[in-house]
Design a protein around this ligand. Structure first.
Ligand code: EPU
Length: 356
């Protein structure tokens, strides 16, 4: 394994913004990782941890990250692969996937074998290892409902730890790995439980409508997987064509009391009851707002373009790089969007994407 210097990251982030890593390594297996841990100049114990070159980022698909400047530490590209069934029961199977696998390849592995559970999470960009970090979710399912455990390495000591589901402290687009243990662990594998008997979840309105309109009967998980893939392709830009990182912000979660007040004031706002909370789609909030400059008054953010960056014209929650845009430009646009939504609705948008 070679450690490279001043490595170009443009192709390794789905925004396609240009940035360089001072140091760069690609790991293909867990022994590469162990070898890397031995480089004390990068993986020093606490004490020198504040030195810039001790900063580390593990990169999977680069689909949830925005580089706003060059990175002074080490970027480690995770290519650790492997998917296997580790338990085969009457009604269920337990699958272990290494963290460098492409998420959708894991979905296809399950769908092809008629294992139910992952089909609603089809076509989400990124790797398996990134999935528990933000408890990925789509079309009525969150990873946390399937996940049994996560294998991870303590970055300081190199020791392996198994986190069970509770220990991952999952929330909406959230986990312990984004909070208390941020940058402390490298996720090496994810263990999930899938069902051999049908577990159909078509509760998400857009999915239900799509199946009805196209007269699709669900015979296997592939029917749902194909539908979700088409819905996503129609609404979300393909990073190979237009740089983006999916949803840039989280949806706004209100308590029931807050939601009642909000909906009294804005009765046309879409809202979705989820347990004791109410989700207000950030895409809708952004669509109702626009740039503050007087010459652009009345313009919506949706489809707005400034320089080489902008807001996607089919899903206002997605910021895009039309080509040649910088991380700083995207960050500035995000800031203006946050300000405008706050000014109009009094609600705070929180980015889902990690800024570097
Ligand atoms: N909406 C608008 N304008 C827009 C976009 C959305 O008014 O420009 C409103 C519509 O009322 C629509 C509602 O928002 O019915 C919900 O839209 P959508 O189904 O597209 O979902 P979302 O809440 O905007 C979330 C996830 C997506 C996930 C979809 C489908 C977050 C931050 N985003 O988006 O995840 O694919 O649901 O389940 O929770 C991602 O995280 O990168 C991502 C794409």
């Amino acid at each position: 394994m070679e450690i490279k210097q001043n490595y170009d990251l443009t192709k390794l982030n789905t925004f396609g913004v240009s940035a360089k890593a001072k140091f760069f390594a690609q790991i293909e297996n867990e022994s590469d990782l162990q070898e890397l841990f031995k480089h004390k100049e990068f993986f020093a114990q606490s004490g020198s941890a504040n030195r810039k070159q001790n900063q580390k980022i593990f990169l999977g698909g680069g689909s949830n990250i925005l580089f706003t400047k060059d990175f002074e530490g080490m970027v480690i590209l995770n290519k650790i692969k492997g998917i296997e069934v580790i338990e085969d029961n009457t009604d269920t199977v337990v699958v272990k996937a290494k963290s460098g696998e492409i998420w959708h390849d894991l979905v296809l592995f399950a769908v092809e074998r008629k294992y139910w559970g992952l089909e609603n999470l089809s076509f989400i960009p990124g790797t398996v290892g990134a999935a528990p970090m933000q408890n990925i979710g789509a079309y009525g399912i969150e990873l946390k409902t399937l996940l049994q455990s996560v294998e991870a390495y303590d970055i300081d000591t190199g020791t392996k730890k198994i986190f069970n589901r509770e220990e991952c402290e999952f929330g909406y687009r959230d986990s312990i790995f984004k909070n208390r243990l941020k940058d402390k662990y490298f996720i090496s594998a994810v263990i999930i439980q899938l069902s051999k008997t049908p577990k159909i979840n078509t509760s998400y309105k857009i999915l239900q409508e799509y199946l009805e309109q196209n007269k699709i009967t669900v015979n296997g998980p592939k029917d749902i997987s194909d539908a979700v893939t088409i819905i996503r392709k129609n609404k979300l830009p393909d990073p190979k064509e237009i740089g983006n990182a999916g949803s840039f912000f989280k949806n706004v979660i209100l308590t029931s009391e807050e939601a009642i007040k909000f909906l009294e004031q804005y009765p046309t706002a879409p809202s979705f009851q989820e347990n004791l909370t109410v989700k207000i789609p950030a895409g809708w909030l952004i669509e109702q707002c626009g740039p503050t400059s007087p010459s652009l008054s009345g313009t919506s953010w949706k489809g707005y373009k400034i320089g080489n960056v902008g807001v996607h014209d089919r899903q206002a929650l997605v910021l895009v790089n039309h080509g040649g845009g910088t991380g700083e430009e995207i960050k500035e646009l995000a800031k203006q969007i946050i300000i405008s939504v706050k000014a109009k609705f009094g609600l705070e948008l929180i980015p889902e994407v990690n800024f570097i």
